[in-house]
Ligand binder design. Structure first.
Ligand code: SF4
Ligand code: SF4
Ligand code: SF4
Length: 352
């Protein structure tokens, strides 16, 4: 009898080959279209705007102290299992079936949110690219024009018309993993060791929001490094922060920037010790994202993809699809080709 592991590996191999095979058929056509100048490109559809009441998170790397309370809270409110890597096995000696130490370092089918660290040289100075270190939070960014929604053949990935939250419905999912391949940020994960595994990603704690409670990560963050709110309000806050000067004192709110979800809570005054980058991550990348980030260290050093277009990939893939439909080329082939190209072009940033 075939082992469970072998079953999942052969299923993965089958899907990978199927996607690569169909991708090859579409890749040449897609590459040609990508190279065409935008004004001459009749295959591009207009980008989708953010809903006015879209909500998200603002992560401020300069405020983050790397405590990982957000990682733990994310697990608790989403009932995610421990994610114990080989490096942590020693910590769990004597823990039996119940690990006593769980500190995931990557997004996975068991982990929707991680804090990662950048380090350079002596690593002595916080928020310095030279001889310093910095933190970055990784989770679904809830794109304005999400690739994962565009490529999903059965609409298991959807974008809420009011909040803009990108949801995954496991009951509709057929496990094709196009969303995994298509996401430019490497977010949706599938457990390849589980033959009946599901796609997992952050859904902005919609179950908490439905109770007027904060997403777990924003709820527990002691410094306000993770802040919840309307994306437009968070963008304004990000602009305020990136205009701050070193040596200024500034107020930093916690919880919900509007003080409504989860109740009001006090923020804090803090000296600005490192110069912010003017770049607000997510303001423009791939059509914009509802979760944004500011930092003193450039985002490419924090391993976020920066060399990406200002419009989301679906503006191109859906334009091609609708045009090729007339030529009777299967949409799945086009999706697979673009998804493969998008993944190939960004995999250096997302193979984590
Ligand atoms: S809880 Fe806040 S300060 Fe702690 S690691 Fe998460 S984002 Fe950083
Ligand atoms: S970050 Fe990836 S998974 Fe999240 S909405 Fe964007 S494309 Fe989808
Ligand atoms: S919003 Fe919820 S699911 Fe998403 S990273 Fe924060 S705690 Fe995790």
């Amino acid at each position: 009898m075939m082992s469970k592991n072998k079953t999942s590996v052969s299923r993965r191999g089958f899907l990978r080959n199927a996607v690569k095979g169909s991708a090859a058929a579409a890749a040449a056509a897609c590459t040609t279209v990508v190279a065409a100048p935008p004004e001459a490109n009749a295959l591009v559809r207009p980008p989708k705007p953010l809903p006015p009441d879209a909500v998200g998170l603002l992560y401020d790397s300069t405020l983050c102290i790397g405590c990982k309370a957000c990682v733990t809270a994310c697990k608790e409110v989403n009932h995610m299992p421990p994610d114990v890597g080989p490096a942590q096995q020693g910590w769990n000696a004597g823990g039996g079936d119940k690990p006593i130490y769980d500190s995931p370092v990557e997004l996975s089918a068991k982990t929707l949110n991680v804090i990662k660290a950048y380090s350079h040289g002596t690593g002595a100075t916080k928020d310095s690219a030279e001889n310093g270190f910095a933190f970055i939070k990784r989770q679904c960014l809830h794109c304005a024009d999400p690739s994962c929604v565009s490529v999903c053949p059965v609409s298991a990935m959807t974008k809420d018309a009011k909040t803009g939250i990108v949801n995954h419905d496991p009951s509709a999912c057929i496990g094709c993993r196009y969303c995994v391949l298509s996401c430019p940020f490497g977010v949706p994960k599938y457990d390849y060791n589980d033959a009946f595994g599901e796609i997992k990603k952050c859904q902005l704690c919609k179950q908490q929001l439905a109770k007027n409670e904060l997403p777990g990560c924003a709820d527990v963050c002691p410094t306000g490094a993770t802040l919840f709110g309307r994306t437009e309000d968070l963008k304004a806050e990000a602009r305020r922060r990136t205009a701050l000067k070193v040596g200024e004192y500034a107020h930093f709110p916690r919880g919900d920037i509007a003080g409504k979800v989860g109740g009001p809570r006090s923020g804090h005054e803090k000296l600005v010790e490192a110069a912010y980058q003017t770049h607000i991550y997510g303001e423009k990348e791939l059509g914009g994202t509802q979760c944004l980030a500011v930092s003193a260290v450039p985002f490419d050093k924090l391993n976020l993809p920066t060399n990406v277009p200002e419009n989301g990939y679906p503006t191109l893939s859906e334009g091609i699809q609708h045009t090729l439909y007339a030529g009777m080329i299967a949409p799945a082939t086009v999706f697979a080709g673009l998804a493969y190209l998008a993944h190939r072009n960004t995999k250096n940033h997302t193979d984590e």
